[in-house]
Design a protein around this ligand. Structure first.
Ligand SMILES: [Zn+2]
Ligand SMILES: [Zn+2]
Length: 480
């Protein structure tokens, strides 16, 4: 019997059953593997039969919210009840989860209208030990649904970070299922090695050892896993524990986590590390290279590898819990000054617009955390007022003046600024115009061929003047 004759009836004589916690695409790839077909080809054959216009050639879009027709066609081909397959779809399994809480291959913020778009391709991680247990139990290895959750960077069963790079060749290539002993094995699409093999090669992960350093790493991982558990609870509209932000409604908990992640990834061109997250590096959560935001791509945590997501969550926790900061962040020096991760630090690090955005957003946060930020904002505002008071001889404000100027809005705050504002997109365009004006000014053209020191001084003077003028024009003159 040829593959063609098998498929013509669209009822497959042999189709592996799906696992309850499996990704729909993982199941279809395992089926395709039985017929030595690419998953996209099988999908095209089974779901667009008779439609000769455009065949679906990838697995993109299958996992999130597949159409009823597609599920019905796949179920009938595999002789499965429709419900058995439809419950595998992410939207059915987790109806309350927003799309950006899944791990996607990429995402982009539309610079025109600020809407977010994600790739249709999921980017799941995996756990070697889970795959190796599948083999030991004599089942097919398969991709778990929760490996595609942006809120989960660990295997909670084995207390190990999920992988997204092949441990043999270190590439992040596509995963493939290959036939093996009547079953299927998940392999690296690049070097072809089965990924479960790595676990059998012996314990190599830090947590497997018991030295002091590794006990600390294990503790740091447990803290982040506990946070992940609460994130998933909140995404399921269940109340998270009060450990992180005090008594929290699920929506407030999610909002605060998302906003702190945005703030950690917001750009500050004037600082050597550019993005706050680049200050967080530790043995438990090593930074996988410096985070850089691409020009018109504003990543949210859903579009970064699991290693980056873990360090983002670790950073959020160290902002929330002072007592855990030392376990989560090993570096205490940035250049020549001592650094402690804290919400206070993050707030002071942010630019003016970003601070205003965070404060506006905090109206949605759990009350204790909102009050904490309010206090920090007030203190910063008082400190700044005192600083300006010393610098300029202006008439003294009435008593309580600085507090009256506090940037914190009431709880009836309207629509907060868009993410693009928080991330400095408008700022960037604004400053680009300023820069263009400076670079075409007669003062700058006059020193074009002067020494670097002269050009630097001139540029500094022109920038200061332009920024001061723009602040006055936009009503951000400040107290002086
Ligand atoms: Zn595992
Ligand atoms: Zn490989």
């Amino acid at each position: 019997m040829t593959v063609g004759s098998i498929l013509a009836s669209t009822v497959l004589p042999l189709a592996p059953r799906p696992m309850d916690d499996e990704l729909l695409s993982s199941w279809l790839l395992r089926v395709a593997c039985r017929y030595d077909l690419d998953g996209g080809d099988l999908r095209g054959i089974l779901t667009t039969l008779g439609d000769d216009t455009e065949a679906i050639l990838t697995m993109n879009g299958l996992d999130y919210r597949p159409t009823h027709q597609e599920i019905a066609a796949l179920a009938s081909a595999a002789r499965l009840p429709v419900e058995r397959l439809s419950t595998l779809a992410l939207k059915t399994a987790n109806p309350t989860w927003p799309r950006h809480w899944y791990a996607w291959d990429w995402g982009a913020l539309d610079p025109i209208n600020g809407t977010e778009r994600y790739a249709d391709a999921l980017a799941p991680g995996w756990c070697d030990l889970c795959l190796s247990e599948d083999r030991a139990a004599g089942r097919h290895t398969y991709l778990r649904r929760h490996w595609a959750y942006a809120a989960v960077g660990f295997c909670h069963r084995h207390h190990l970070p999920l992988r997204h790079l092949c441990p043999f060749c270190q590439t992040a290539s596509t995963l493939r299922f290959v036939p093996s002993d009547g079953g299927t094995r998940l392999s690296c699409g690049d070097c072809g090695r089965p990924l479960d093999e790595y676990a059998a090669a012996g314990p190599k992960d830090a947590a497997a050892s018991t030295s002091t350093g590794n006990i600390l790493i294990d503790h740091a991982w447990s803290v982040v896993m506990a946070f992940e558990t609460d994130l998933c609870r909140a995404l399921n509209h269940r109340t998270p524990t009060a450990r992180w932000m005090g008594l929290s409604r699920p929506a407030g908990f999610i909002a605060a986590t998302e906003d702190l992640i945005v703030a950690l990834m917001a750009g500050q061109g004037a600082y050597p590390r550019e993005h706050a997250i680049n200050a967080f590096d530790s043995a438990a959560f090593p930074l996988s290279g410096k985070f850089r935001s691409r020009i018109d791509l504003q990543y949210w945590a859903c579009c970064v590898p699991p290693a980056r997501r873990r360090s983002l969550l670790a950073a959020v926790i160290s902002l929330l819990l002072d007592e855990e900061a030392s376990a989560l962040v090993s570096e205490s020096w940035i250049g020549s000054y001592r650094w402690t991760a804290s919400l206070d630090w993050l707030y002071r690090w942010l630019g003016e617009h970003q601070r205003a955005w965070l404060v506006a957003r905090s109206a949605e946060w759990p009350e204790l955390l909102r009050q904490r930020l309010e206090k920090i904002a007030d203190e910063t505002s008082v400190r700044r007022a005192a600083h300006h008071g010393r610098k300029a001889s202006v008439p003294r404000q009435k008593a309580g003046g600085p507090v009256a100027r506090k940037p914190f809005p009431g709880k009836t705050q309207g629509t907060p600024p868009s993410t693009s504002q928080a991330l400095g997109l408008q700022d960037a365009a604004h400053y680009r115009h300023l820069a263009e004006a400076i670079l075409s000014s007669p003062e700058w053209l006059a020193v074009r061929h002067a020494s670097p020191a002269v050009r630097r001084r001139t540029l500094h003077r022109l920038s200061e003047a332009a920024l001061a003028a723009s602040r006055t024009a936009h009503g951000h003159a400040g107290p002086s």
